[in-house]
Design a protein around this ligand. Structure first.
Ligand code: CDP
Ligand code: MG
Length: 782
């Protein structure tokens, strides 16, 4: 044993020497020296020695420094270089986590380049479904989710010498979760070094969490930046807008009126700009004059005209310099990019280098972001909040900030998708603004009024405090971290006990945890699907029962902004358009039909026409299309399916089957339908009488030939309202819902038996057994 250890040590020693020779050779080459020169100009480089000393003297250190100062590319590299220089190269293993896959990929490529290497030599990366690493890879950039997955099989991270957790200021659920685990781990592994990196000055919070860890701040520098808010931007359009001095229910000034002296002919030209501005700011109440002038309705250009106006304005009136536009999500970005590409200025590569920057772009596009444009060409980057702190675009002088963000990453192990746009925090707005002043004085245009900015919260609440905890609870179970509530009580900021209990209770109701809080088979599958458990449940059963194709659409539809638009002045037309898709007393199935039509229209390049006629949002439909692919690939990872969505559709389009699977996912969101003479009323167990939103297809009916409705969401205004709903039968509820049931089950079991013919794959047999056991128990209890 001892002999073999010595042999292994010898091999590693030899490799360490080779790594050192390789490093020294590069550092002495012309290219290497030039590279070192450019790295030296980064603020992080000036702290190289103090960072390395702090790491050697402390087990945990926290490093804070302004975006772009060189934390991500330099700090892990300093560790690697110093280990290699000390002949420990082959003995070290550094893992640096990133919240998003795109930063893991682009940063590893950059660091390899700075070391004069190809990716996969000493530097590599690993994200879901992709990765490059080799025998000598000693610095691995990966997503936080990948490290969590590794902890599943290797609780002590054997062989890892340094863990660097980047972007902790974002307070993502995964990062907060990882910190609890690492806090336990460092006491078991006293030689493991932990480095936490943050782009804001909140280092103390993290330091005290780790019992007073060392803190290093890297000072940065930004040039002055001029801020403009919506009112200034509207003035630039020539359209004067003044606020009413009136306060609404929220205590904010939200009413605006337009001055009447505007020449009529200008009105139509600029109406759409103003409309966009107002929609961008999410104003609920317009003055009558404003409403009157907002006649031109173009839902798929929300905010776009205003951005286009500003881009033109900057290109024509301002000095050279890159423009960074912060938009809500990649679907907005791709729609705007498409629109700008046919514009005489922005579509002309001799004048503008038009790029997108979001979580799912191709790596070739990633590289272009860092490239300098040719002389006389202006770089315009349309970005998500990824460009706030994780990716630094060097030559930006102008920032346009739409003020909203949504999370689009599904890469993380337990990331509950939160796809609805929400206002950013003051800190985020300042970060966005700061991007304009890296190379010279800059300007920032915020597309919301100053009073809305003043109402922003200071910081974004940590994700763990604002998102449902069900997914996280499943992760705690699968990683065998003990009692859920005890574990979460040790978080940096623990969620309320009530929220935790609610999540556990929900997981028990849907059958993911048993009475003793142990994972069931279903729970184990759900823990592999980084999405809300209800969506996961639907997809799993949809895959098993051969109706995955429609269920992919339903699950994707539940994750995006409602694609059915209901403009106030065309409410009837819009509702009529929606009802064409509904023959089944189901909003979810209406969406399935609308999507099928969209797909056909896409083949015929008639998407815009199709959406316009049917009052559908092009952006939402695109987002659904892409989420379907994402969900499908996640489902493939679980081993439940292979092939394509079409091959997982052996149940053909049996509406009742799809309905039952929707019921399986949405349970316990259920209400009973009570018919009276002329119409019907709805009741839930908790709320008594409930109502439907007027745009639900079921709201237009006088009769629903089913005893139940399942729904995704209820909202309490004055009464309780249900959003989208699907009518389901007793049998669907008995077999796929929970214990609220009536009638005989025997006949329906036969129906299920028919569907179970599709159980030809070993991976699904286990699921079937659980389902069958549950059914048997259910029948016993009848
Ligand atoms: O992590 P932090 O925000 O402190 O900075 P960084 O991401 O390490 O970036 C340091 C410098 O490297 C910036 O000037 C970036 O523009 C540059 N960089 C690059 O040129 N290419 C990359 N793929 C990543 C960073
Ligand atoms: Mg960084």
């Amino acid at each position: 044993m001892a002999a073999s250890k010595t042999t292994l040590d010898n091999i590693l020693w030899q490799r360490s020497l080779q790594l050192r020779d390789r490093q020294e050779y590069w550092e002495e080459s012309v290219e290497g020296r030039r590279m070192l020169e450019s790295r030296r100009s980064l603020p992080a480089f000036k702290q190289r020695d103090s960072v390395l000393t702090a790491i050697s003297q402390n087990q945990v250190i926290v490093i804070s420094g302004e975006t772009g100062c060189g934390k991500t590319t330099q700090i892990p590299q300093f560790i690697l270089e110093s280990e290699i220089a000390a002949n420990r190269g082959a003995f070290c293993s550094i893992i640096c986590t990133q919240p998003r896959r795109i930063s893991a990929m682009s940063v590893s490529e950059r660091v390899a380049y700075e070391r004069g290497e190809q990716l996969g030599e000493s530097v590599g990366y690993k994200v879901r479904l992709e990765g490059v690493r080799g025998r000598d890879t000693r610095l691995l950039f990966c997503t936080t989710g990948i490290l969590l997955r590794r902890l599943l099989v290797d609780r002590n991270l054997r062989g890892v010498t340094h863990v660097v957790v980047d972007e902790i200021h974002e307070r993502g659920m995964n990062e907060d979760f990882l910190l609890i685990i690492l806090k336990d781990l460092i006491s078991r592994r006293p030689e493991l070094k932990l480095v936490l990196m943050s782009a804001t000055l909140d280092a103390e919070l993290f330091s005290s969490y780790f019992g007073g860890a060392g803190v290093i701040h890297i000072p940065g520098f930004t040039y002055p930046i001029r801020s403009h808010f919506l009112e200034d931007v509207l003035e630039m359009t020539g359209y004067r807008v003044t606020p009413f001095n009136q306060t609404d229910d929220y205590g904010q000034e939200r009413m605006w009126k337009m001055n009447k002296h505007i020449p009529r002919k200008r009105k139509s030209q600029i109406a759409s700009v103003v409309e966009d501005a107002l929609t961008a700011a999410d104003f609920k109440e317009f003055s009558p004059e404003t409403q009157e002038s907002l006649s031109c309705w173009n839902p798929d250009c929300i905010g776009f005209n205003l951005i286009e106006f500003l881009l033109c304005y900057i290109c024509e009136n301002e000095s050279p310099g890159g423009i960074l536009v912060f938009m809500t999500g990649w679907d907005d970005i791709s729609s705007l990019k498409e629109k700008l590409q046919i514009h005489p200025i922005f579509g002309n590569p001799d004048r503008v280098m038009l790029l997108a920057c979001h979580g799912s772009m191709a790596s070739y596009e990633q590289r272009l972001i860092f490239e300098e444009p040719a002389n006389g060409v202006r770089k315009i980057v349309l970005a998500t909040n990824i460009a706030e702190t994780s990716i630094t675009i060097n030559d930006v002088t102008f920032v346009i900030d739409c003020g909203k963000a949504k999370e689009t990453s599904y890469d993380a192990l337990n990331n509950t998708p939160c796809l609805l746009p929400s206002w950013i925090s003051k800190v985020s707005a300042q970060q966005r603004r700061g991007r304009a002043g890296r190379v010279q004085p800059g300007q920032c245009y915020h597309l919301y009024p100053k009073c809305v900015y003043d109402a922003f919260s200071e910081y974004q609440l940590p994700e763990i405090l604002r998102t449902p905890l069900q997914s996280l609870c499943l992760q705690i179970k699968i990683l065998t971290l003990g009692s859920i509530s005890e574990f979460l009580s040790r978080a940096l900021q623990s969620p309320e006990l009530l929220a935790v209990q609610k999540a556990i209770e929900y997981l028990k109701i849907i059958g993911a945890l048993d009475e003793n809080e142990h994972l069931t088979t279903l729970g184990r599958y759900l823990s592999k699907l980084p999405m809300e458990p209800k969506l996961g449940k639907m997809l799993i059963l949809g895959a098993i029962l051969g109706c995955l194709d429609p269920i992919l659409t339903v699950a994707a539809g539940l994750s995006v902004r409602d694609p059915f638009l209901t403009p106030l002045d065309k409410k009837d037309l819009a509702e009529a358009a929606k009802s064409q898709f509904s023959r089944d007393h189901s909003d979810h199935l209406a969406l399935v039909r609308a999507y099928e039509g969209w797909k056909k229209a896409e083949e015929e390049s008639a998407v815009y026409d199709y959406c316009w006629k049917n009052f559908l949002s092009v952006q939402s439909m695109r987002a659904i299309d892409s989420l379907r692919k994402e969900f499908f690939s996640l489902l493939k990872d679980t081993g439940l399916i292979d092939g394509s969505p079409a091959t997982c559709n052996s149940g053909r389009n049996d509406q009742n089957l799809t309905r039952a699977v929707i019921c399986y996912g949405l349970y316990p969101g259920i209400c009973s339908v009570v018919h009276n003479e002329r119409s019907f009323s709805l009741k839930t167990m908790e709320d008594g009488q409930v109502l439907l939103y007027s745009n639900s297809v079921n709201a237009r009916e006088t009769k629903i030939p089913y005893p139940w409705l399942v729904f995704n969401e209820k909202i309490k205004v004055n009464s309780v309202f249900l959003r989208d709903s699907t009518a389901v039968s007793d049998s669907a509820l008995i077999l796929f819902g929970g214990s609220i049931s009536k009638g005989d089950t025997g006949g329906h079991l036969k129906m299920l038996g028919g569907y179970l013919e599709f159980f030809m794959k070993p991976a699904v047999a286990e699921m079937y057994q659980t389902l069958k056991k549950e059914l048997d128990e259910l029948i016993q209890s009848k």
